[in-house]
Design a protein around this ligand. Sequence first.
Ligand code: NAP
Length: 317
Amino acid sequence: MASIVLKRTNQKMPLVGFGLWKVNNDTCAETVYNAIKSGYRLFDGAGDYGNEKEAGEGIKKAIDDGLVKREELFITSKLWNTFHSKEHVKELADYQLKLWGLDYFDLFLVHFPISLAYVDPAHRFPPGWTGDDGKVHLQNTPFQETWVAMESLVDAGLAKNIGVSNIQGALLLDIFRYARIEPQVLQVELHPYLTQEALLELAKTLGIAVTAYSSFGPQGWVELGMGKGATLLMEHDTITAVAKKNTKTPAQVLLRWATQQGLAVIPKSNSQTRLVENLDCVEFTLDEADIKAISSLNQNLRLNNPAEIDGRLAIFA
Ligand SMILES: NC(=O)c1ccc[n+]([C@@H]2O[C@H](COP(=O)([O-])OP(=O)(O)OC[C@H]3O[C@@H](n4cnc5c(N)ncnc54)[C@H](OP(=O)(O)O)[C@@H]3O)[C@@H](O)[C@H]2O)c1
């Protein structure tokens, strides 16, 4: 399986994984089981997705049925914003590992560089962006405090690798100034409408692997009313023309555009046919002209921007 070797641990992170956001709770266990059966080995979860228990059930069944061993899987989860202070990071990793039924994560990411007021998981989990009053409550935890607590997860054997998500250059450089254990992976929104070349260049310089999320651009956001009116990439003339030329589907072309640049991808699908289709996105080559044509669609269109929830969360300003 095509993979990226992570710098500190030499662990292989599969280039194509399965994204769990918006995978329906009632079908999640079955979807994860079938995804493993179809060849997926990486699952990208998060406390915020609210389906870790069900994803863990699918994994357990696959292991019990002898489809796969735990060590052949690469399980990613993420620390939510309300758990950034040092006393809550381990509490949450333990809590989430229990949901999954696992002893360790292969990768644990800080979901956003945003610290919000603590919400007791016994009160509400996942806690989301707002408190019981529907308002966003900030908390002044500096990122360094969170990162030091993340490092202790590696020391305790709860996470093999740690990393960050939704972080841009300035903060990334700052983390590298103090990190005892450097972030191994940066997970960011990246697709032909948001190509982020400068960030990719910096990640390369720092030796940090990049996972692109929302590879299909607006596709997964439209159902939330957050597609920003953009033409769906899968229906864009440039993408459909490249797909036709290569006798591949638009989805496969969008994923290959990323994997050919050395980026890991984590497409999500609630459909068995589509998840199989998505896994097949490393064994063909787009020519230089195709890659250029697709990259030229960039319009710095960011679909996941917390500033739209509350102006004080403008991490991409
Ligand atoms: N770190 C972060 O802050 C963050 C943020 C967003 C996402 N993520 C991660 O990235 C993963 C993927 O991103 P995403 O969920 O935004 O969306 P995505 O994978 O870019 O797109 C998913 C959408 O595309 C459809 N789809 C999937 N395969 C298709 C195919 N072959 N042909 C046509 N349509 C297809 C899906 O519908 P069906 O389900 O009906 O197939 C769904 O509507 C998430 O699940 C999550 O793990 C991380």
